[in-house]
Design a protein around this ligand. Structure first.
Ligand SMILES: Cc1cc2nc3c(=O)[nH]c(=O)nc-3n(C[C@H](O)[C@H](O)[C@H](O)COP(=O)(O)OP(=O)(O)OC[C@H]3O[C@@H](n4cnc5c(N)ncnc54)[C@H](O)[C@@H]3O)c2cc1C
Length: 405
């Protein structure tokens, strides 16, 4: 069997390894635009100069030889012919396959804000090439506007401020990392970023970009008329699955490549996993999807169950937070919740509850009880009954207690 995997990141390389393990006599070829293997999750540490390119590699240097995987790096698929079972690359390379995995991830998008798409020195932060471009501009004293205070925006803000760049983060929500954190947890990070020199403009909408005579961005004008001067800008306001090369291939796309629970696409012998499916946008889930896809490509029976909650980990300035929940945090902010705080130790834990059951959890500064809360969330445990049965208070529950019910 000739297996081909498009993409050399979380989904693609996990799948390639699983293919090799389960089909030792098959050919496994990975094709990727990326010329290096690196973790996007760690890329900000390359930009901050805390790690070099090797330091953000997430496989061993001998990964491809150890697993007898043929890697064609620096090759971008531009067309897929599912009838001929061939991938066509921009440089003319044709790659035939028996079974194909699409693991091409996502790319950043620049919103249709007046002048922003045409302005020079406006970047995204998704690929190593983006980090290299920013690295060149990251001189102390330069001014950078970061649009979006989600996880990617905060990675960029962290790295650039570490380099001495004067960073202003502009965010539509009223707090940073709003999908993951409530106001209290977000404020703990914001004050740390501010101490490092970052400025924040929250509840703000960018209306247009102004450029100088050279066509380079010089400021962002907000809906309320305020103007944020900058020498360059980084847009961290969403991604889109990398599917353009699938036009005319017969592979159905919705949010991303449409897949069933076995990660099969609408075309026979074509599977998809990771951010290209639009299912999650989380590294760990991309790996899990890659594993399920690869097993099914080998003829095994594996099923991907969409997780009830997407778990996010944040770690800036030594403050670690885990957050997870069923659905959007915004829906629970005004509802019932229980708090444990220890300001001296920078601990803030908030358990959001609806109808007597855990619905969202934020663990900041102390994440040890994480398994307990994940269990209660996943099982929809009746908290009142659990506390009555165990005679304990909410924050002293252990795994032994929660499994009793
Ligand atoms: C800055 C940043 C920070 C992040 N932080 C976190 C975090 O803290 N926690 C978390 O869980 N997730 C985080 N994520 C998201 C996480 O990185 C992704 O969920 C994960 O990388 C998805 O893996 P993937 O394999 O699906 O795709 P990607 O990592 O996007 O990789 C896609 C691969 O496909 C290749 N490719 C693309 N198009 C083509 C083509 N046409 N032909 C050939 N090859 C192609 C690329 O070169 C690449 O190798 C972050 C992402 C970014 C950008």
């Amino acid at each position: 069997m000739n297996f081909v995997v498009l993409g050399a990141s979380a989904a693609g390389l996990t799948a390639a390894k699983v293919l090799r393990e389960n089909a030792p006599d098959s050919e496994v070829t990975v094709v990727s635009s990326d010329e290096h293997v690196y973790s996007r999750v760690m890329m900000h540490e390359f930009l901050s100069k805390e790690r070099d390119l090797n330091g953000i590699n997430f496989v061993t240097p001998t990964f491809f030889t150890d697993h007898q995987i043929h890697w064609l790096g620096g090759k971008t698929a531009v067309k897929l012919d599912t009838a001929a079972k061939k991938v066509f690359c921009a440089d003319g390379t044709e790659v035939p396959y028996d079974r194909l995995l699409l693991a091409t991830g996502a790319k950043y998008c620049i919103p249709p804000i007046t002048g922003l798409r045409d302005a020079g020195r406006v970047f995204g932060f998704r690929d190593y090439a983006d980090a290299v471009q920013l690295d060149v501009l990251a001189h102390a004293g330069r001014r950078c506007a970061v649009i979006g205070a989600g996880l990617v925006g905060m990675d960029v803000a962290y790295a650039l401020s570490k380099r001495g760049v004067e960073v202003t983060v502009i965010e539509m929500a009223d707090r940073i990392m709003a999908l993951q954190l409530d106001h209290r947890a977000a404020a703990a990070y914001q004050s740390r970023f501010e101490a490092a020199g970052c400025r924040f403009v929250l509840s703000a909408q960018v209306q247009r970009a102004e450029t100088g005579e050279n066509g380079l961005i010089r400021s962002l004008v907000l809906a309320d008329g305020r103007e944020i001067d900058c020498d360059f800008a980084v847009v961290c306001a969403g991604v889109r699955p990398n599917t353009s090369f699938l036009a005319g291939s017969g592979v159905d796309c919705e949010r991303g490549v449409a897949v069933d629970t076995q990660m099969r696409t609408s075309c026979p012998d074509v599977f998809a996993a990771g951010d290209v499916t639009g299912l999650s946008g989380v590294w760990l889930n991309a790996m899990q999807q890659g594993t399920v896809a690869a097993k099914n490509m080998c003829g095994m029976q594996a099923v991907y169950a969409e997780p009830l909650s997407l778990r996010n980990t944040m770690n800036f300035y030594g403050l670690m937070t885990l957050s997870f929940g069923a659905g959007r945090l915004e829906n629970y902010l005004a509802g019932e919740g229980y708090v444990r705080e220890d300001a001296g130790k920078n601990v803030y834990q908030k358990i959001y509850v609806k109808d007597g059951r855990v619905v969202f959890v934020i663990l900041q500064g102390d994440v040890k009880s994480n398994a307990v809360w994940q269990y209660l969330l996943a099982n929809g445990t009746d908290l009142k009954r659990l506390l009555a049965d165990t005679g304990k208070d909410l924050f002293s529950l252990t795994m032994a207690d929660v499994k009793k019910l």
